[in-house]
Design a protein around this ligand. Sequence first.
Ligand code: NAD
Length: 401
Amino acid sequence: MCDKVLLDDEIIRLVGISERALAILKENDRIIDLRLHAYLPSKGPVSVPAYVVYHNAARGPPCKGGIRMSSDVTLDETIQLAEIMTYKSALMDLPFGGGKASIVADSRLPPQEKGILVREFAHKIRNELTSGAFVPAPDLGTGPREMATIFGETHMRECVTGKPIGIGGLPGRREATGYGVAVVVEQAARELLNSELSRLTVGVQGFGNVGSWTCTFLSSFGAKITAVTDVTGGTIDRDGLDVEKLKDHVVKHGGVEGYGKHLSNEELFKLDVDILIPAAIGCVITGENAGEIKSRLIVEGANAPTTKEGDEILARKKVPILPDILANAGGVIASYDEWMIAKSGSRTKQEETYSTINKALVTAFKEAVDYSSANEVSLRKAALALAASRLVSTMEDRGWI
Ligand code: NAD
């Protein structure tokens, strides 16, 4: 985990957050620390740490957040990610608290073995799931298949979002986060860079759920995707990559490396692309590399990709950053619809999902830009201040403060 900008003194002063409210926001509502004991055919018997964190449940239950599966994930990182979810849901004005779960295991395990761990995890937190306290969704290393496993354990559609369509998944949920990233990029190109997307080049780190759909939608909106990297390596084509061909390559070869001309992750962050989109892991824009970034706009498809030092350097260089709680909120907006539909039994169409995401993100983008210019703060601080003021007023409404 690295140092990340969340509430700082400037935001606390701007919003007027009281000591009592701050004390609550600085703590976690609940931490569940588990060990999953299982037999994995490729590894034998294993005992795997797993965590569930509810950061702030004022706007819940449920607490909402993804399940991360990674060998590197820690409890501290899970706490930070849950905190991000608190502010993201508040910024989007959704009635969700901030939560997150993690399973400390290699996400490249065979799908059947991931399934064994996820089933054990769902079994152990069954009460959290069936009581509606925690509603998970996909995150790094998990996807619809793992959400289907959770549904298989509970047989309650409202217990999990990001499910496959056949068991009550929302049409458009799979693409939702990447679609949302593309929507805010289009807004920012026009409002902050005074340019149409068709005149801009884009570099993306990560070609999983968020990165690949971001590339699909951005290229359909006219942008030129010139560079993509992932855990295996990367590729560059200054004339523009064919996103669909790259997707086929990843399905066949398990990663981006080997497609066209090689590009490393380090090189991506020094490239002269107009827009840089980290959409993989955390802490990749740091005090070490932020000074070398040439891009005119950073869009946080990933959660917490920018460290505090990286953020300060980019602020000095006057490079705007669309923060994670705004840029990648398409997923949680769609999850809200999936959760509501699971409860009501109604149905919807992909176009309606896109339209809901579009409206919510265009509104949130405008609010953040207006707040930022009215108060002369970065877009990140503006988004956090808007979210924090909603949270404080919800805590007042609930008699917490
Ligand atoms: P994913 O598992 O589908 O894809 C992850 C991608 O990151 C893969 O392309 C992988 O190769 C790449 N990657 C992993 N380690 C890397 C490394 N060390 N260097 C470079 N690339 C690396 O995950 P995802 O769902 O696309 O999530 C990506 C990010 O977006 C995460 O930060 C997640 O928290 C955030 N996010 C996801 C969603 C969602 O709906 N899935 C919603 C909001 C935010």
